[in-house]
Design a protein around this ligand. Structure first.
Ligand SMILES: Nc1ncnc2c1ncn2[C@@H]1O[C@H](COP(=O)(O)OP(=O)(O)O)[C@@H](O)[C@H]1O
Ligand SMILES: [Mg+2]
Length: 287
């Protein structure tokens, strides 16, 4: 019945606990490449700066961002850049050709113009980032690593998210959902044909995320995309662990956004009911 939105099957044996991988934010090959500026890098940078699709945004890329792109190309994760999909507050997303003819999404985070104080509040209290300083670059790099790690963790927990492919400094490469010629749409942009089923899938994914110890923290119809009958959760950079001091509030806000969207689609639901469904039996999460 939930086939329609592609609810993933899970293997209960593979359920993961609440342990955490280390996240390393020390830097990086990309900085070294940018510092040393060999001829090949110089040419690469020039080429990218001239490319039509980067014209507008290039001023927000620092040299080490080009270093990161260079490294991702050298490592075979990116073969050619396509056009921009989205220009956001903290990142721009581009289409690109990845290794072996796949299509990928490249999310390039701004180091200088990102709302990093706001980002910090999500990192504080996350056991993965104990001791992260006040340095803007470190915060942004941690954020990107966090999105990469969160995508992997969500995926393991049976939540349909873009497959994370590579991360280099402030650049994240992931599976492109949809195709270049047939772009995935945000839930906010489509006419949801069967809202009951879509809601069932979304709440199940929220519950699975929570079981894996994660709260999305910015979930709404703007961070869910639909393509080819599949509903995909995106934008997990800000996702926090259930240990975060604001975990309950963030989860409740996610519930408000999601419940309110589906209420507008005619379903009878509300934030409290959804919250109860997701975290009703978790003592760490209280309201
Ligand atoms: N893996 C992806 N595949 C297809 N489209 C994507 C992917 N990641 C992001 N997008 C598109 O880019 C937009 C912005 O990405 P998102 O991760 O939400 O960044 P932001 O922090 O700017 O909101 C999304 O709304 C979606 O349209
Ligand atoms: Mg978003």
């Amino acid at each position: 019945m939930t086939d329609e939105y592609g609810l993933l099957d899970t293997d209960p044996e593979a359920a993961i606990g609440d342990e955490w991988e280390e996240i390393d934010v020390t830097d990086t090959e990309a900085d070294r490449i940018a510092r040393e500026r060999d001829r090949e890098f110089e040419q690469f940078e020039e080429q990218i700066k001239d490319a039509e699709q980067f014209k507008v945004e290039q001023s927000v890329f620092d040299d080490a961002t080009f270093g990161a792109l260079y490294k991702l190309v050298a490592d075979g994760h990116i073969e050619a850049f396509g056009g921009p999909i989205s220009t956001g507050k903290e990142a721009n997303v581009y289409e690109a050709m990845g290794g072996e003819g796949t299509e990928v999404a490249v999310k390039i985070f701004r180091v200088n113009a990102s709302p990093f104080q706001q980002m910090r509040t999500y990192l504080e209290g996350d056991p993965r980032f104990e001791g992260i300083g006040n340095d803007k670059k470190q915060v942004v790099l941690a954020w990107v690593r966090k999105e990469f790690a969160n995508l992997g963790r969500a995926r393991e927990a049976g939540v349909r998210v873009p497959r994370p492919i590579a991360v280099e400094r402030n650049v994240l490469v992931m599976e492109l959902v949809g195709l270049v010629e047939d772009r995935a749409r945000r839930l906010a942009e489509v006419n949801v044909e069967n809202p009951e089923t879509a809601y069932e899938v979304v709440r199940e994914y929220m519950r699975r995320l929570h079981t894996a110890g994660l709260i999305h923290g910015d979930l709404s119809e703007y961070n869910m995309i639909i393509h080819d009958g599949e509903l995909v959760i995106i934008d997990l950079g800000q996702a926090v662990t259930v240990h975060h001091p604001n975990a309950s509030d963030l989860l409740y806000r996610d519930c408000e956004n999601v419940a309110s969207f589906f209420s507008r689609q005619g379903l009878e639901t509300d934030a409290d009911e959804l919250f109860e469904f997701i975290a009703g039996d978790d003592d760490r999460i209280v309201r």
